[in-house]
Write a protein that binds this ligand. Structure first.
Ligand SMILES: [Zn+2]
Length: 372
C-alpha cells in the first residue's frame, strides 16, 4: 500500500519565489487535514512505517505525511493546522539550507512572511512538538554539471537559481527571497546537470568559463557563445571528479547531514529523502553504510538500482500531493475523496470550475486527469 504522501511548502503564494508551484494552498491543506481527522485516518512518523513494513496486513487508514526541504512555512502554516487536527508529519531537512537566525519566529513577528527556511531552534521545537519528526534530506540539495555537453549560457532570464547555491552557499537560506543572479556572472556556461547524489561532477576549465563570459559581455548570441566554447573545449576539456572525490562528496552529503541532525536534535536519524530522487549505486550503498534504515525512491530506473542493496534496507514509496492540493488558477479543489485503486490508497479531488468538472486522481507520483 502506498500511503506516504510527499509535499514541500504550505501556503506560499509569494510571487518572488519562482518555484512556488511547490506550495500547496493553505485552505486546501486544512481541508485535507480536517478530512483525515474526521474520517479516522491515523498519521504516524516513519519509525512506525518502518515497523509496519514487516507486517503483512496493514491498516488502510494509516498515513504518513512528509515535507521536503525544511521550509519556514512548515512551522508557520502547516504546524498549527496539523496540531489542531492531530496530524503528524515528517520534515526532511538539508543542514546547508538552515536559516542562521535564532529563536522561534511567528507569523505576526514575521509580518506574515512565510518564505524562507527553518532555523535550528525551530527545527528542534518542531521535532520535540510531537507533531513533526525531522529526518535527513542530505547536506546540499545541489545540482551539478554532469557532462561536458554545454547546453546553455546563464542570462538574467533563466532559472538556474542553483548556480548561486554553490557560488554563495551562505545565502542559500534566502534564495527564494532575493535576486541571487548577481552571485554568478552572466555568460557563465551551463552544462548538462543533475542532482548532487546521482552523478559524477564535471568541472569545466576556467578558460572555457572565461571565454563564455567574455563573449556574453561582448553581446554575442547564445548560439555563437556555445559554438566558440565547444571549439575551445577541444583544447581545454575540463575534468571529471575522481572516484575518491565523488565518494568524499557523497559521504559529506549522507554522513554529515545525519551526524549534524543527530547532534542538534539529540536523537537518531534513520530516514533519508533523496533530493529530487537523484541517486546512483554508490550513493545508495553509502546511505546504507551511513546507517539509514530507509530512503525514498523515485524514478523507474532508480527503483531498479534500489533492488541491488541489502534486504533490510527499506524503500519509501511516496505519492506527490503538491499539485493535487494546490489551488491553481484553473481549478479549485472542493472535495477530497479517498479511493483504493489496485490496493494503493489514493485521494481524489473533485474539482469544479465553471466548466468542465475534472477529477484528479493522485496515485503513486502520477496524476491522472479525466474530464467528463
Ligand atoms: Zn527537496
Amino acid at each position: 500500500m502506498r500511503n506516504v504522501i510527499m509535499m514541500h511548502s504550505v501556503g506560499s503564494n509569494h510571487t518572488l519565489w519562482k518555484e512556488r508551484w511547490l506550495s500547496v494552498d493553505k485552505e486546501q491543506f486544512e481541508v485535507f487535514c480536517r478530512y483525515l481527522s474526521k474520517h479516522g485516518y491515523k498519521t504516524y512518523f516513519l519509525d512506525y512505517w518502518y515497523e509496519q513494513e514487516n507486517v503483512s496486513v496493514k491498516d488502510k487508514k494509516d498515513l504518513y505525511l512528509t515535507f521536503d526541504d525544511g521550509y519556514l512555512d512548515n512551522l508557520l502554516v502547516a504546524y498549527p493546522i496539523m496540531k489542531k487536527y492531530g496530524i503528524k508529519g515528517t520534515i526532511f531537512v538539508n543542514p546547508e539550507f538552515v536559516d542562521p537566525s535564532s529563536g522561534i519566529r511567528t507569523l505576526e513577528g514575521n509580518k506574515g512572511e512565510t518564505l524562507g527556511f527553518l532555523n535550528w531552534d525551530e527545527i528542534r521545537f518542531l521535532d520535540k512538538s510531537g507533531v513533526m519528526d525531522i529526518q535527513s534530506h542530505s547536506m546540499s540539495h545541489n545540482f551539478y554539471f554532469r557532462s561536458d555537453n554545454m547546453i546553455d549560457v546563464h542570462t538574467p532570464e533563466d532559472k538556474y537559481h542553483w548556480l548561486a547555491w554553490y557560488n554563495k552557499p551562505e545565502r542559500k537560506h534566502v534564495w527564494q527571497l532575493e535576486d541571487q543572479s548577481i552571485y554568478t556572472p552572466y555568460g557563465t556556461p551551463v552544462f548538462e546537470y543533475y542532482r548532487a547524489l546521482g552523478l559524477r561532477r564535471y568541472f569545466p576549465d576556467e578558460r572555457v568559463v572565461d571565454k563564455s563570459i567574455t563573449l556574453y559581455n561582448e553581446g554575442k548570441s547564445k548560439e555563437d557563445i556555445i559554438a566558440a566554447c565547444i571549439e575551445l573545449l577541444k583544447t581545454y576539456p575540463g575534468r571529471f571528479e575522481t572516484d575518491e572525490e565523488k565518494e568524499l562528496r557523497f559521504r559529506y552529503e549522507l554522513f554529515d547531514s545525519k551526524r549534524i541532525l543527530e547532534e542538534k536534535l539529540d536523537k537518531r536519524v534513520d530516514f533519508l529523502c533523496w533530493p529530487g530522487g537523484g541517486y546512483d549505486e554508490m550513493s545508495l550503498q553509502l546511505a546504507e553504510e551511513a546507517g539509514y534504515k530507509a530512503s525514498t525512491i523515485a524514478s523507474r530506473e532508480g527503483r531498479l538500482l534500489v533492488n541491488n542493496i541489502g534486504l533490510k534496507y527499506k524503500r519509501i514509496v511516496r505519492m506527490g500531493m503538491d499539485s493535487t492540493i494546490r489551488k491553481g488558477r484553473y481549478f479549485r479543489p472542493l472535495r477530497i475523496v479517498p479511493s483504493h485503486y489496485k490496493g494503493h490508497l489514493s485521494f481524489m479531488l473533485k474539482i469544479e470550475e465553471r466548466r468542465p468538472i475534472a477529477l484528479f486522481l493522485a496515485k503513486v507520483n502520477n496524476l491522472f486527469l479525466r474530464f467528463f
